[in-house]
Design a protein around this ligand. Sequence first.
Ligand code: NAP
Ligand code: MG
Length: 485
Amino acid sequence: MTFLDYAPALESTSILNLKPSYGLFIGGEFVDGSGSAFATISPATEATITQVASATEGDVDRAVRSARTAYDKTWSKMSGSERGKYLFRIARLIQERSRELAVAETLDNGKPIRETRDVDIPLVAAWFFYYAGWADKLEYAGLGPKPRSLGVAAQIIPWNFPLLMLAWKIAPALAAGNTVVLKPAETTPLTALLFAEICQQAQLPPGVVNIITGAGATGAALVAHPGINKVAFTGSTPVGRTIAQTLAGTETKVTLELGGKGANIIFEDAAIDQAIEGIVSGIFFNQGHVCCAGSRLLVQENIHDDVVARLQKRLSTLRMGDPLDKNTDIGAVNSRAQLERITEITDSGEVEGATRWTSSCAIPEKGFWFAPTVFTDVHTSHRIARDEIFGPVLSVLTFRTPEEAIAKANNTPYGLSAGIWTEKASRMLAVADKLRAGVIWANTFNKFDPASPFGGYQESGYGREGGRHGLAGYLMPSDWKAGAK
Ligand code: NAP
Ligand code: MG
């Protein structure tokens, strides 16, 4: 045992009260799905957690009809302050059930309990509290007096922050007066189903929130349904492109939050130890399954060797293992398919000539794991410098001048996030001004706040979530023609 070894500190799963199987949540009730049920598993152990229903086209139709009825009869007629009360109630219930939600998320997703407990679930509650406050103040949303809701919103989310992405979607949609049909990712449906229970507990009118589980085909059927007024999607750029094609020429509004290849730029005058922590949280938080991850490190050439040496030393102290252990820093990769994707693209880095360093942590026998990896000698043409890996893999590039750093940072089809590390505020502002990224952090990374808009440029998508700007995706000015269907 070295001084870095800790005794296990496992979070108990006894707080969970899971059912052996879950139906679809339509019209305020759990109902059977018509497709064949599937298992959701723990990626850390590959053990089945519970069975989940699969929604067919017919089920999607039922869910959309239920949302339409709730919109026409109840939700669109309710005052903003009344809607706000429901959202505040949901936010408080999330806080009350926060430990249970954190355990469920860690089990289903594989991310460390330290993150679900301290980041995901507190942010989920914060998102509902924030948008609850907006429900009766929509005339200040920047769309003129009396902005109108859109109707039924179809919402599709990925597996990396399952409940947080649900909150980013549902909270603003409901505050603005829309009803929703949400499809969680196939590998992480659990917390969305617990959220359905919370809607029941909050006595949310039936049909205001509908949750339909299933695979990509369920998502495609939802997007193609003629009864929806809005699609809000977070996921990969290829699926985002397909959705844009499906909806081209229709009146359905779309917001797309897609992939990224964020540049984290370290200038020679940065506080290096702080920057090392920022690099670690930038790419090793959530196993690197973060769309806005700082996956490309741009280091000023003269401090490159020092930064890489300190980074490797720090990464050697990260503990990978049981996500339910409170000491764990790096949990499991969410699925076998994602592990294969990470492995394939990481191998290409070596083939193309970059130098690979991997932390020598022990890999558990079962489950899906990938040790923190850093590539040096990376060229801008390498795949590991261009493609989104969506895993705990960092590509290090160098620059000599601020101009070169900006050019390299912007040399990507994406444009979601960037980070700047310098002690000089004038340089920070001058560089930030020239970066084509929706979110730019200075001397920090991966910080989220419901009041702050988030979204991308170029192939990272369009539309903003969070803040006042996040309401614009769910409202239209009162003088626009109705998009009623
Ligand atoms: P994905 O394959 O695009 O899946 C996202 C969601 O879309 C899932 O619910 C998926 O269902 C569903 N889906 C799949 N095919 C569909 C189709 N043809 N029509 C409609 N829905 C469909 O992405 P992922 O691999 O789960 O997530 C990783 C990606 O999300 C990364 O590229 C990441 O950068 C991006 N992301 C972006 C943000 C952001 O805010 N910009 C945030 C988080 C993640 P299944 O799960 O059943 O496949
Ligand atoms: Mg799972």
